[in-house]
Design a protein around this ligand. Structure first.
Ligand code: DGL
Length: 265
């Protein structure tokens, strides 16, 4: 039996990571689980995030994945150590806010990290900033509300702009901001709106997303374990705990094919 690469997110944000995986490892088979019924995780307490992600990983294990990619900053920063402890022997790769990439990219030393409420308030991101960006002017802000708008399936530019105005207000006074790092995998789905928001205010910013770095790391681990395939073995499937109408068109926008199935576990 072939072993897929499993991907987990609270919703559709992980597709922005799958896009990079698909580009770098096109022959692999992907099983994606979107817990859309319980999304957003970023508005939940740590204990809830731990319990929901444990249940989701338990479900994914039935596919005997060779690796589980936690394509969600909120799950990674709040509960990946708990998952590693609970599922010993399972290989996990997570995604964390790309602070190191932002540090490399910024020219002024002033940048924004935009993440969910849980990630922004959590200890993980705070120590990441302390360890790698203590001499930089970092605005660590929450994009609370954005995930809900994105998941609703109708991305309305005006609503996104209104929300960004509120969430980014602290940083907007700083003329030197030149970079925005996305600490939530959903946010690249509204990259266009975020860039337009800054353009309108006369600013060009570098938009940092971690997809390529995560995909390269997965490739490295699988190569090391000699688990990479040389031909396609199965169908890519997206399992969701809440099926929405917009799913198919969103997936086709990414340029890949996936079967969609609703699941209860
Ligand atoms: N896409 C997720 C992240 O990277 C979580 C979004 C949410 O459920 O709040 O944080």
């Amino acid at each position: 039996m072939f072993r897929p690469i499993a991907i987990l997110d609270s919703g559709l944000g992980g597709l922005t990571i799958l896009k990079s995986l698909y580009k770098i490892l096109p022959l692999e088979t992907y099983v994606y689980l979107a817990d859309q019924k319980n999304c957003p995780y970023g508005e939940r307490k740590k204990e809830e995030i731990e319990s929901l992600s444990q249940k989701a990983c338990q479900y994914l294990l039935k596919f005997k994945p060779k690796i589980i990619v936690i394509a969600c900053n909120t799950i990674t920063t709040e509960s990946i150590s708990d998952l590693r402890e609970k599922f010993k022997g399972v290989s996990f790769v997570g995604v964390v806010p790309p602070v190191k990439l932002a540090v490399k990219k910024t020219k002024t030393g002033h940048f924004i990290i935009l993440s969910t409420k849980a990630t922004q308030k959590g200890d993980y991101l705070k120590s990441l900033i302390k360890d790698y960006a203590s001499s930089f002017r970092v605005y660590s802000l929450s994009g609370s509300g954005l995930v809900k708008l994105i998941e609703s399936g109708q991305i309305k530019d005006k609503e996104i702009e209104k929300l960004l105005e509120k969430r980014l207000s602290k940083a907007l006074k700083d003329e030197k901001i030149d970079t925005l790092a996305t600490g939530c995998t959903h946010y690249p789905l509204v990259k266009k709106q975020i860039l337009a928001f800054f353009n309108k205010r006369g600013k060009q910013i570098s938009f940092i997303e971690p997809g390529t770095a995560v995909a390269n790391q997965v490739k490295r681990i699988l190569a090391q374990k000699k688990l990479l395939v040389s031909k396609k073995q199965g169908k890519n499937i997206l399992y969701t705990t809440l099926k929405r109408n917009n799913l198919r068109s969103l997936i086709s926008n990414f340029g890949f094919k996936m079967m969609i199935k609703e699941v209860k576990y």
